[in-house]
Ligand binder design. Structure first.
Ligand code: AGP
Length: 609
């Protein structure tokens, strides 16, 4: 996720205004920054690093134009370097563009443009768009038509702002699956990825829809579709304060990031071809060893169940701080997979170094250019964007998506990815149940202990649900394999103890290539968890059930029930069933007067052992 901003001002110089706009978008990306303004020619300054350092180094006097574009980057294609920072230019420096999104077919377009003589200065997908526009301008089209023709060629997601010294009185914007707003203020017109960027200058906003362009000049803003038809849209007045706007109107970043998860999953699922390439580079794998901490460890745990159930590859999952005591069993036929959203967790880096070439290593990371990405043999990037809340939410979903796509790539089983594509819409439906989850939070917020139970794929979900509650509400919570209750934990059950039971419809048991037809066989993980639910209920527990909406047997044995689409079976349930547990932890934390974004004793990145 990056942040773009653009402005066409009546009298003021654009540069200082643009800098202020991109600073307000820093939560969307902060590994590099840049601005370009347009007078008779385009002036660009950009660099890797933080915005404040960039601002200190800038000589604003060289920027005379009243039109400009700006960008804060969260690197996706190409590490954070000056060359990869935005804005990007065409060959002659007459077109400048900033972009938020991922162009899936950029390599194909780049090869086409290179063969036509275009020279590239960066590794980014964005620069391809600048040269594609140049290509169509060189065919005699004006800027608007050249941008339109270029957009039609793009596959993927984009929000762009484009300026050209050949037409120095306009800005063109467009969006597809990445947000872009048009704002009108006293100083002039603005484009931005998000409301915080423009709130100091404008409050009348239009939210562009997918496949729409906007042409802004001194006569105003005109919106068109990609066929060139004018689209009539009304400005909406934004009441938010700047602080509210940075959180997208949510009270805390954590809640905003929970609600971003459907889009994060859509963005991460675009990586399937990249993941297939990584798998092909890795070659034969006979054994897998996942290594991670905290939430990333829970994602790895899901990976164990997935890889062993569909790939039949022996798979270990080891807590990173324990790994160095077991690293001696590795060999060249093992793939050790390190999952770390920050890429900087000391325990995980120590484990990575303990491998010491004994096995192939793969890192699944959210932060491009982080240490883990430089030390592992292979890297897969999640596409969660910056996660500001200390508690991991959307990075967990993107880690799981990468693990499922990794399994699909290793096993050449594309049906898994097809199943995953159903999930963003199902996530939206679960997020619409937030009021029910708030009511459950209100009921149980003063409890001192929670148990979370699940079997198979639902066991890691139980562990992650317990961790979320612990780390932001400070209530003691434990996740257990539900079959383990009778080996001790059930002694904790007494009247009123809340037990969260996770029991999605079980996956069909496959013995060999054959799917077992006997329905009873299907009920194994699910029916046994229901037995565990009845055992704790009989001892006075208050059961919060998570299961299929048509599961009457489960429902009648619970005090509260959160229902899911029955077509979402156990195998892909971890990506969906965790969402109500994130919301439950969040709302209990807020109802207890805690700050879920900054939980006590915790850091977003644990760089100590
Ligand atoms: C998760 O909510 C916690 N913030 C913590 O457990 C975290 O998952 C763990 O520290 C690992 O971080 P990493 O993914 O950056 O390595």
């Amino acid at each position: 996720m990056c942040g773009i901003a653009a402005c066409i001002l009546e009298n003021d110089k654009a540069a200082p205004i643009l800098l202020g706009c991109v600073k307000k978008l820093e939560y969307r990306g902060y590994d590099s920054v840049g601005i370009a303004t347009l007078n008779s020619s385009i002036i660009v300054e950009k660099d890797e690093g933080k915005i404040n350092d960039f601002e200190e180094s800038l000589d604003l006097s060289k920027f005379q134009g009243r039109i400009g574009i700006g960008h804060v980057r969260w690197a996706t294609h190409g590490p954070p370097t000056r060359e990869n920072a935005h804005p990007h230019l065409d060959c002659d420096g007459k077109i400048a563009i900033v972009h938020n999104g991922i162009i899936e077919n950029y390599m194909e377009l780049k090869n086409e443009l290179k063969s036509e003589g275009h020279n590239f200065a960066s590794e980014t997908d964005t620069e391809v768009i600048a040269h594609l526009i140049e290509k169509y301008k060189n065919r005699g089209h004006n800027l608007e038509e050249a941008v339109r023709r270029a957009l039609i060629r793009l596959k993927g997601a984009y929000a762009i702002a484009v300026i050209s010294s050949d037409e120095p009185d306009k800005i063109i914007g467009a969006r597809k699956e990445s947000p872009l707003i048009v704002a009108k203020g006293e100083r002039g017109y603005f484009l931005a990825s998000d409301i915080p960027a423009i709130l100091d200058h404008a409050r009348d906003v239009i939210f562009l829809d997918d496949n729409e362009m906007v042409i802004i000049d001194d006569t105003g803003a005109r919106i068109k579709d990609l066929e060139g038809n004018i689209k009539k849209k009304e400005y909406k007045y934004i009441e938010w304060t700047p602080e509210m706007a940075e959180k997208g109107g949510y009270d805390y970043f954590m809640l905003k990031e929970i609600h971003e998860q459907p889009q994060v999953l859509r963005d991460t699922l675009r990586e399937i071809n990249t993941i297939q390439r990584v798998v092909d580079e890795i070659g034969e794998i006979k054994r897998i060893c996942f290594v991670a901490c905290g939430t990333s460890y829970h994602a790895a745990f899901v990976g164990k169940y997935l890889f062993e159930s569909i790939l039949h590859i022996p798979t270990d999952v080891i807590i990173a701080s324990e790994f160095q005591y077991t690293a001696n069993a590795l060999d060249k036929e093992t793939l050790t997979i390190f999952i770390t959203q920050s890429g900087e967790t000391a325990d995980t880096l120590n484990a990575l170094r303990a491998v010491n070439k004994k096995s192939k290593t793969l890192a699944i990371v959210n932060v491009l250019g982080s240490t883990a990405t430089r030390e592992a043999d292979h890297v897969i990037y999640t596409r969660a964007g910056p996660e500001i809340g200390v508690a991991a939410t959307k990075t967990y979903i993107s880690q799981l998506a990468c693990i499922y796509m990794l399994a699909a790539a290793i096993g050449r089983k594309t049906e898994i990815v097809k199943d995953l594509r159903k999930l963003p819409d199902e996530m939206e439906k679960i997020l619409e149940k937030e009021e029910l989850i708030k009511e459950i939070a209100r009921t149980y917020k003063n409890k001192s202990d929670f148990l979370f139970i699940g079997r198979g794929f639902s066991y890691p979900t139980a562990l992650e649900g317990a961790l979320k509650l612990k780390e932001i509400s400070y209530i003691h919570a434990e996740g257990y394999a539900s079959g383990e209750l009778k080996h001790g934990p059930i002694a904790l059950i007494e009247k009123g103890v809340p037990v969260v039971a996770i029991a999605p419809p079980p996956l069909p048991l496959k013995t060999g290539a054959k799917i077992v037809k006997d329905e009873e066989e299907f009920r194994n993980s699910h029916s046994l968890t229901l037995s565990n639910v009845k055992e704790v209920k009989a001892r006075g527990a208050e059961v919060i059930g998570l299961g299929a909406e048509d599961d009457e047997e489960f429902k009648k044995n619970t005090d509260k029930y959160i229902s899911f689409n029955p077509s979402i079976r156990e195998e892909i349930s971890p990506l969906l069933y965790i969402i109500p547990l994130q919301l439950l932890a969040y709302h209990i934390s807020v109802m207890k007067g805690e700050d879920p974004d900054h939980p006590r004793n915790l850091a977003k990145c644990v760089t100590v052992v």
